[in-house]
Design a protein around this ligand. Structure first.
Ligand SMILES: Cc1cc2nc3c(=O)[nH]c(=O)nc-3n(C[C@H](O)[C@H](O)[C@H](O)COP(=O)(O)OP(=O)(O)OC[C@H]3O[C@@H](n4cnc5c(N)ncnc54)[C@H](O)[C@@H]3O)c2cc1C
Length: 506
């Protein structure tokens, strides 16, 4: 079966759905091809047992690691992609992140665009995803105007923590969040099942709610679900994609489009290009640089918990604080350490799932008692692009992810520093659990953008250097990972690329 459209978008996550929304008013016929289904709205959305123990919404796919072992990636294939499960921290990169940044472990490279180029698209992205925050309080903030919505107020206990952090000479600020009408009737309940859970009320600003559903209101936009983009087919010269092979309900469809936009996520878009090798592109499509799949990054991340045996934590929604005092340098070092944010409440079930992988058999009640007395934080550092950290295809066609973390010392120092801060706030014990090497949630960098076709896969408009009608608008394009959450930058760049596609392709 053959389908003909003007633009085919592969994947409906942060990049793909945003692209569809931005092209909806262009009049072009747009088809979004998504391998997953919509996440059902059901009681299990907010069940820690369903989400964390039974992994109800995670893919059952297994990836192979660099040593030949297999592991379950922390991935969700659904309409909206991983944004359905994100914590909706929608924060801009710092202005300095667009230039060369020197780290303890090396250098993170400059982007081919500067902050000022992306700033107007950050503005639009914040409006589209309804971001809440307060400008002018975070000394590391790039130049910017006010947020579209006021910051989510801190819960009383969090406000008191913020005061005490300020008392230590630090500069906590409101964490920019995409939440819809928090505290208002029908809006976000500010509950404790946000980060890593889908929102039963559609009150979280995810890509389905903010972009895919609005796009589908336009008669020229269509969505195929349970539709897997298997391969891109090129013309004999290898200069254009002429069709996408899509598996859907046991049949293979051929989707022909003038413009093809891959947005399957950093790992799966790289895998798609590798699967699309031809005689003209023997090492994978658009891979004349040899960089397709390479320079995979994912952040160094550690969950931290300040614990006090006699202080019960009554806060329901505590994810409202950003701390960037160690972003550009840390105590005793001129190098960046990273970003810290308060985190959603840990549930006993979540702690037990993780705890059982370390010391099995501790009863749930013990975890419940522990997490009731803890305050949760996330410490995040930049990892640096390395050609050896890469996506390849295993002999059986599965994704193979080889990743050795770097810039580890910077992250250890950040965790040490944050431990010190939490101890000074009076916590008896500070627990730290690293996401280690298989955390794929902040994956990026596998199809890097740049000016030079020898050292990048995409040009500054995210068009592949080698294939003229092929664009990529997911996290693949990041030349460096910076140390803040990637989502808003993916959305902003998708809006920028959409403007360019409208101006040059349609
Ligand atoms: C638990 C969790 C919490 C997070 N919290 C935050 C946060 O607070 N802030 C933030 O900025 N980021 C957060 N992230 C990261 C964020 O979700 C990702 O950076 C973002 O979703 C990546 O966008 P993307 O467009 O690159 O890919 P995705 O959003 O992953 O979308 C890719 C889409 O492509 C589809 N797909 C894949 N392969 C194919 C194929 N072959 N054919 C068809 N469709 C395909 C997938 O099903 C998916 O819908 C979080 C992630 C997780 C998992």
């Amino acid at each position: 079966m053959t389908e003909q459209v003007d633009v085919v978008i592969l994947g409906s996550g942060a990049g793909g759905a945003t692209m569809a929304q931005a092209l909806a008013s262009s009049g072009a016929r747009v088809l979004v091809v998504e391998r997953g289904d919509p996440v059902p709205r059901e009681a299990e959305n907010w069940s820690p047992v369903a989400v964390w123990r039974d992994l109800r919404y995670r893919t059952t796919e297994r990836w192979v690691d660099g040593h030949g072992g297999e592991f379950p990636p922390y991935m969700h294939y659904c309409v909206g992609g991983n944004t359905k499960f994100w914590g909706s921290v929608l924060i801009r990169l710092r202005r300095e992140d667009f230039g060369v940044v020197r780290h303890i472990d090396g250098e993170s490279p400059a982007w081919p665009i500067d902050y000022e180029t992306l700033a107007p698209y950050y503005d639009r992205a914040e409006v589209l995803y309804g971001v809440r925050g307060e400008a002018g309080l975070d000394p590391t903030d790039p130049p910017r105007g006010p947020f579209p919505h006021p910051a989510v107020p801190h819960a009383p206990a969090v406000a008191s923590l913020v005061d005490r952090l300020k008392g230590l000479g630090l500069h906590p600020s409101p964490l920019p969040l995409g939440l819809r009408a928090p505290g208002e009737p029908g809006g976000c309940l500010l509950c404790n099942t946000c980060n890593s859970f889908p929102c039963q009320r559609d009150a979280k600003s995810d890509a389905e709610v903010c972009a895919m559903t609005p796009a589908l209101a336009s008669p020229n936009v269509a969505l195929w679900t349970r539709a897997f983009a298997r391969r891109l087919v090129t013309n004999p010269a290898g200069t254009r994609v002429v069709a996408v092979e899509v598996e859907r309900d046991g049949e293979v469809h051929r989707v022909e489009a003038g413009t093809v936009v891959a947005s399957c996520g950093a790992v799966n878009s790289a895998a798609l290009l590798l699967r699309s090798a031809t005689d003209r592109h023997p090492d994978g499509l658009a891979n004349s640089s040899g960089l397709v799949g390479r320079r995979y990054m994912a952040h160094l991340a550690t969950m931290m918990q300040g614990f006090h045996p006699f202080r019960t934590n009554d806060t329901v929604f505590q994810k409202t604080v950003a701390l960037n005092d160690f972003y550009f340098e840390g105590p005793g070092t001129a190098y960046p350490l990273g970003h810290v944010q308060s985190q959603g409440r840990t549930h006993g079930v979540m702690a037990k799932v993780v705890g059982d992988t370390i010391i099995p058999g501790i009863p749930l009640a013990a975890y419940d008692a522990w997490v009731a007395r803890g305050v949760d934080w996330l410490a995040m550092s930049e990892d640096l692009p390395s050609a050896e950290n890469r996506v390849t295809l295993a002999p059986d066609g599965r994704v193979c992810l080889t990743y050795t973390p770097n810039n580890v010392l910077a992250h250890e120092r950040l965790v040490t520093e944050m431990t010190r801060v939490l101890k000074r706030l009076g916590y008896w014990k500070v627990m730290a659990h690293s996401h280690r090497t298989r955390n794929t949630t902040h994956q990026c960098g596998t199809l890097v953008f740049g000016d030079d076709a020898r050292t990048s896969v995409l040009d500054p408009w995210c068009r592949t250097h080698d294939v003229e009608n092929l664009f990529v608008v997911d996290a693949s394009f990041f030349p460096s990972s910076a140390a803040v959450n990637p989502g808003l930058t993916i959305v902003a760049q998708a809006l920028r690329v959409a403007d360019h596609v409208c101006a040059t392709e349609l």
